[in-house]
Write a protein that binds this ligand. Structure first.
Ligand SMILES: Nc1nc2c(c(=O)[nH]1)N[C@H]1C(S)=C(S)[C@@H](COP(=O)(O)O)O[C@H]1N2
Ligand SMILES: [Mo]
Length: 311
């Protein structure tokens, strides 16, 4: 991002890669045997989290959001991460999340609304129910993936707060726990916590999703457990992870990346192949996986239904 150089030679060891169909078969096999963690390669924490939500996963896939595209290999989507609170090294985030406690997890919804409230992430998932959506996901660094998210629409959550007419924006905050997030201390000049924002109409759009899971399981911590935003027509940095607070405001909120480098990370940040980043082209992207391919970037990342928001 602002001061990160993209290495052209990134890779994961061959041994850490499991094709998705093989992965599902293996899970079914493990289930049949009634066995736990080790074999499926899940950590104890993942297993406990999965056990806490037995009926939520996998959720039924929403046919409306199911592009006819091959999913990104799961090991890549959960092993190549941007989560600067832990490290700027994408391949290493997953090895640094052990101390990060994501259950129980309280989230506050407040600001310009009539019914501010607090909720536990797992309780809300049970209350609202979950669906699965396959979305394209495009990072500003010109890599992308296609993944099945589990969750609920942000609008379902926000409506419960009854936003006031004066609310024009929504601001999101990530947890800031230095004892559990080793990357915070390594970037002391960053304006933590990680924050992001949307216009209220963007936040209320049906595509705007609160993800609690990925690949039919609760979110791994490196992907933003227990609750993260997914805004598929905007660059990935808008999709803020591990959210603890959501605030209705009347002014465009300050956000971390925009504060660090406003020219490089504008507030709106819609995916647009015609508008280059000041330091690189956005015309194409690398679809990550064991056999990465370069594909053309599409306006709004292939979600033309949002165009009306920007007339
Ligand atoms: N709190 C927080 N959220 C974040 C980030 C981060 O560093 N911290 N990185 C963003 C960026 S740049 C991207 S591309 C996505 C990556 O999500 P993934 O690791 O699930 O692919 O998370 C976004 N959300
Ligand atoms: Mo990103």
């Amino acid at each position: 991002m602002a001061n990160v150089i993209i290495r052209p030679d990134w890779h994961l060891p061959e041994s850490s890669i499991t094709p998705i169909n093989e992965y599902h078969n293996r899970r079914a096999f493990v289930k049949q045997l009634g066995l736990g963690a080790g074999i499926a390669g899940l950590s104890l924490a993942d297993t406990l989290q999965a056990a806490a939500a037995p009926k939520l996963y996998p959720a039924k896939r929403n046919a409306k959001y199911n592009p006819k595209i091959v999913l990104t290999n799961k090991a890549w989507a959960t092993g190549y991460n941007n989560f600067y609170e832990f490290t700027t090294s994408k391949e290493h985030v997953r090895f640094l999340v052990d101390k990060f406690k994501t259950n129980p997890w309280q989230v506050e919804v407040s600001g310009l609304c009539d019914k501010p409230f607090k909720f536990d992430a797992l309780d809300m998932a049970k209350k609202l129910g979950l669906e699965e959506r396959v979305y394209r996901f495009r990072c500003v660094e010109a890599w992308s993936m296609i993944v099945p998210w589990t969750g609920y629409t942000l609008s379902k959550l926000l409506k419960q707060a009854e936003p006031k007419a004066s609310a024009k924006y929504v601001k999101f905050y990530t947890a800031m726990k230095p004892a559990e997030m080793p990357g915070l201390a390594r970037l002391p000049q960053y304006p933590w916590p990680y924050t992001e924002g949307l216009r209220l109409d963007e936040a209320m759009h049906d595509l705007t999703f609160m993800a609690t899971g990925i690949y039919g399981e609760p979110l791994p911590k490196q992907n933003g457990a227990p609750l993260r935003l997914v805004v598929p027509w905007k660059y990935g940095y808008k999709s803020i992870k591990s959210i603890v607070k959501i605030e209705f405001t009347d002014r465009q909120p300050k956000t971390l990346w925009n504060a660090l480098a406003p020219r490089e990370y504008p507030f709106e940040s819609n995916v647009d192949p015609g508008v280059p980043h000041p330091r690189w082209s956005q015309a194409s992207e690398r679809l990550i996986g064991p056999n990465p391919v370069r594909i053309k970037t599409i306006k709004f990342n292939g979600y033309p239904q949002v165009a009306g928001l920007y007339k």
